[in-house]
Design a protein around this ligand. Structure first.
Ligand code: F3S
Length: 63
């Protein structure tokens, strides 16, 4: 399971880090700086929720 981020789309809504601070880190302006990375199965629900609530569709979760 993997989180993929398209940083070019991020507008700094910060919902991802609010929901899952263990998975997403923001810069000082509120833009996500976390790189695409593998996640555990336990982190999948939080990752899917973050992907759903990001209004810019920055985040995707792939199996
Ligand atoms: Fe950016 Fe979406 Fe998070 S716009 S800061 S990836 S909620």
């Amino acid at each position: 399971m993997r989180i993929e981020l398209n940083h070019a789309l991020c507008q700094g809504h910060a919902r991802c880090a609010a929901l899952a601070p263990e998975l997403f880190e923001l810069d000082d302006n509120g833009y996500v700086i976390t790189e695409s990375h593998e996640i555990s199965a336990a982190a999948e629900p939080a990752a899917l929720l973050a992907a759903k609530v990001c209004p810019e569709k920055v985040i995707s979760v792939r199996g």
